[in-house]
Every structure is written in C-alpha cells, then in structure tokens.
Design a protein around this ligand. Sequence first.
Ligand code: HEC
Ligand code: HEC
Ligand code: HEC
Length: 475
Amino acid sequence: MGGGKRLSAAAHSDNKIQDNLAPMPPRLERLSAVAFQFFPDCLRRLGERRAPLGRLAGLGVFLAIAFGMSAATAAPDAAQVERGRYLARVANCAACHTGTEGAPFAGGLPIRTAVGTVYSTNITPDAANGIGGYSLEDFDRAVRHGVARGGKRLYPAMPYPSYARMTQQDVAALYAYLRGGVGAVKQANRAPEMRWPFGMRPLLAAWNWMFLDDAPVRTDAAKGVAWNRGAYLVQAVAHCGACHTPRGMLFAEKGLDERSRHFLSGASVEGWSATNLTGDQITGLGAWTRAEIAEFLRTGRNSHATSFGPMSTVIASATQFMTTDDLDAVSAYLKSLPGARGETTPFRHDPATTAQLEQGRFDAVGARPYAQFCMPCHGANGKGFARVFPPLAGNPTVADPDPASLINLLLDGAVTARVNTAPADYHMPGYGWTLDDQEVANVLTFVRSNWGNRAGPVSAQAVAQRRRATEGQKP
Ligand code: HEC
Ligand code: HEC
Ligand code: HEC
C-alpha cells in the first residue's frame, strides 16, 4: 500500500513538531544534544584560529544562529496550529469526538452501526485517556490507518478510510492543533458494544488489508485548481463519501473517487438517506448550480432545499466554516460528477396538482391531509417559500428512491441548520403523534407523485418500521 515511505517521512517531521509544541526543556535538551555533536569540533577549530575572546564571540554567533533558527521554526507553527484548527473543522473531528454533553474532543459519543455501538474516544492531549502520549507517527497510524497507539485496531466508524488519503502535511497540522490548541480533558473512554464476531478487533486488520486505500487523491492538471482542491476535500478531509457512497461487502464504501459510478450516488446512513450528489437531474444535484451547492453547504438552505438530520450537523459544525474558495472547490468538483442514475431530463413543474388543490378536489391519495397539514407552509404549488419552507416539487430528497429521510421528517419534524449566517431557525412540525402509519404513508405518496414528481409510493409498513427504529433510538 506504499504507506511505509510516507510513515518514515512522518517520523522525520515528528521530531520537529514535538519539539515545537513541547514546553521549553525538550527544546533546550535538543539544543544541548546538537551542541554535544558539534561543539568539540567547532571549538577546536575556533581555538586553532582565534583568541579566547574571539572564541566566545564565535560561541555567541553559534548560539544566535541556533536560537534564531528555532525561533524561525516556531513562528510557522502557530500558523500550523491554525491550519490544523481549520482542517479539524472541515474534517468534523469534534462532531464525533464530543459527547452529547461533554467537553469538545473528549469523546463518548455513541455511534450506532449495523454491527453494534461504538463510542468515540478522547482525543484531547490528556496523557491517560487521550492522545497525550501519541507521537506524530502514532497519530498518523490512527488517523490514516485505523491503528491506535499500542496496536488496537479502530472500527471504521472512525472515517480513517477517507482520512487515509490526507496529505502528510495536513495530518501534521491536525496533530499540532490537537496537541497545542486543545486543552487536556480527563475523561475515560467507553468500550464498544459490538455483536459477535465484530467485537474482535484483530479482524479489522483483514478488513484494512482488503479495503484500505491510502493512495493520495488523484490529481488532474487539466481540470484546474478548484477541481483538484475539491476532489481532495470531498474524498479525504471532508469524507463526504462516508455517508453519501453506498457500502458493499463488509460495509466498505463501493467507490472512493469519480472513477466509480457508485461514488456519492446516495446511501443509507444511521436511518437516514444521504442523497445522490452526482449530476442526476431528478434525484441528484443536476439542477443545482455551483453557487447554489456552495450556498447550501454554507447556510443549510438554498432555493432547492433545506438541510436536516445528519447533514444539518455536518453544515453546522463543518462546512459553514469552509472558506469561500474551498466551498467553491467542493461545488466545482461535485458539478463535474456525471449522473449515476442516468437522469438527463430536467424536472418540469406540472400545474395540474396546484389547480386541484386550489379547487378543493382531494380525490388523490393523501391530497386531503396535504391540504390540511402541509399546504400552509409548502404551498398549493409545492414550491414552498425559498430558504424558509423548502419546495417539495423537484426536490431531490422528495424524489429519493429511499424514503427513509422523508419518513423521519414527517414523524419527528425538523429544524433548519443552526448556522451563523441564518437569522432564524424554521421548524417543520412532527406529525408522528397525530397521523397514523397509513396517513403518513399517504401524504408522502402524495408529495412524491405530484407537481411533476415521479417517485414511488411509500407503504404503511415502511413507516411502521421507521417508527419502531427511531423510537428505539430515543433515550
Ligand atoms: C464519524 C465519526 C468520527 C469522525 C468524524 C472522527 N472520528 Fe476519530 N474516532 C471515531 C470513533 C468512533 C473512534 C473509536 C473507534 C474504536 O473504538 O474502534 C475514533 C478514534 C480515533 C482515534 C484513536 C484514539 C484512541 O486512542 O483510541 C484518533 C486519534 C482519532 N479518532 C482522531 C480523529 C481525528 C483527528 C478526526 C478528524 C480529522 C476524527 N478522529 C474524526 C469517530 C470519528
Ligand atoms: C454524517 C453523514 C454525512 C456526511 C459526512 C455528509 N453528508 Fe451530505 N447529507 C447527509 C444526509 C443524511 C443528507 C440528507 C438530508 C438533507 O438533505 O439535508 C445529506 C444531504 C446533502 C445534500 C443535499 C442534497 C439534496 O438533494 O437535498 C448535499 C448537497 C450534501 N449532503 C452534500 C454533502 C457534502 C458536499 C459533503 C462533504 C463535505 C457531505 N454532504 C457530507 C449526510 C451526510
Ligand atoms: C409550519 C410550516 C410547515 C408545515 C406545516 C410543514 N412543513 Fe415541511 N418543512 C418546513 C420547514 C421549515 C422545513 C425545513 C426543515 C429543515 O430544514 O430541517 C420543511 C421540510 C420539509 C421536507 C424536506 C424538504 C427538503 O428540502 O429536504 C419535506 C419533504 C416536508 N417538509 C414535507 C412536509 C409535509 C408532507 C408536511 C405536511 C404533513 C409538512 N412538510 C408540513 C415547514 C413546514
């Protein structure tokens, strides 16, 4: 897998980072080690040529150079910590490594997977529970290869299969930030609760051998700076595929970049459907412009849709903080992906439904509850009110073959993403308490098959199943 060469490079830069993050004594220690190596020779030569006073001056020059050099390397390190802070945002480390009520990066968040529950760990610089004892090489092995210090294999609930493709430089910046920009928190880690045989961590070595690809993100000079930066962010740091790419054998993502038609083509994640991000017109981002994708990632809303569920978390804790250039890069890259489902005909709004609703003709399945419960906000024309009440007509979420997100929304309601740029949150009420399974199914079937939407019906059984699953998840 070619990791060896890069690891030794990591070991090399390791010393530098540790020295600059550690308090003064180690640096002095290093200086004296350097002095031991060079002084005898140096002094001898000085002694041969100069008087005692000149010898001292020579020593002064030597020390000035030595200190000057370390001051010069210390300055970029503050910048490195800042770069690490930004990367940690984009990589969303805190979202997983912070418990529901805990301190940032102290771990403890339960992550439910198909094979059991795993808890994120403490990655503050605490020596006993966190990464206080981690060298940069240890850190690199954990973040990019899923092996914790001491050799424990990590579950891929930690998205190391995506981080595996981060550059050495970015891993070093993350390390510098977590060690130098985050306070140590004493908080013990919780053991995972996995179903047999998934509790056996050594099995993960085989998983890595089969699936881990740590080849750097492919670059394509012909595609320009934005595309290449976008490819790197989407595939590695921001790990969009961890949720949006379907998983195949043993839960590995079916594609890691644009060469696979599965890549970002939509997947089920924690009971939600993470929609298709390829260029499909109906269920993908084919109808969204580059600027509209960036707007969605910065604010959680645009004229096509609003975010909810896990995507709202991603936006609130990660993408809203991305620079304008990086948002544009991600959007440029997404816009370059051809549709995975071959939907080339754009959505066309059909006014027949609007007319029926306005005339009070409710014979279509679900039309009556739509008029009663949904129309005040989403409109008779299904176009909603841009950025406040999302349109349902031509909305990829509504057209998604997997209705899981729609059912969750209807049962539990939703609040628009909490972002710095939005003046207020808007609420979609939950109807789980007032509509039964069949009624929820009917109203969803209505929105999926009107105004030009052509998605399949939703069954009462599917609603019942989601209701049981989401109730099981409530504390
Ligand atoms: C999607 C959730 C998720 C995200 C995002 C995430 N992690 Fe993790 N991480 C985990 C989980 C879960 C574990 C524990 C896995 C296990 O116990 O096998 C873990 C383990 C680790 C460990 C091993 C610590 C130890 O000693 O056990 C390190 C280091 C780590 N993560 C660093 C990071 C960094 C740095 C980032 C951001 C670049 C990050 N993680 C992002 C979920 C996540
Ligand atoms: C933790 C899982 C997760 C991660 C990571 C994630 N997403 Fe999502 N995303 C979702 C889910 C679930 C939805 C569906 C809910 C919604 O539409 O807001 C979604 C929806 C979206 C949508 C809206 C699509 C539509 O048709 O409404 C866009 C655009 C999007 N994601 C882009 C991204 C990008 C770009 C990244 C990487 C920077 C990313 N996502 C990372 C889970 C995730
Ligand atoms: C009080 C106003 C209001 C009512 C009534 C309402 N909604 Fe919503 N709806 C919203 C808001 C606000 C959102 C955005 C939520 C978010 O982003 O988290 C939303 C989001 C949605 C979405 C997701 C759209 C997207 O962009 O992904 C669907 C689907 C939806 N509503 C369907 C319905 C249906 C069906 C009903 C009736 C049973 C209904 N809504 C009633 C305000 C409302």
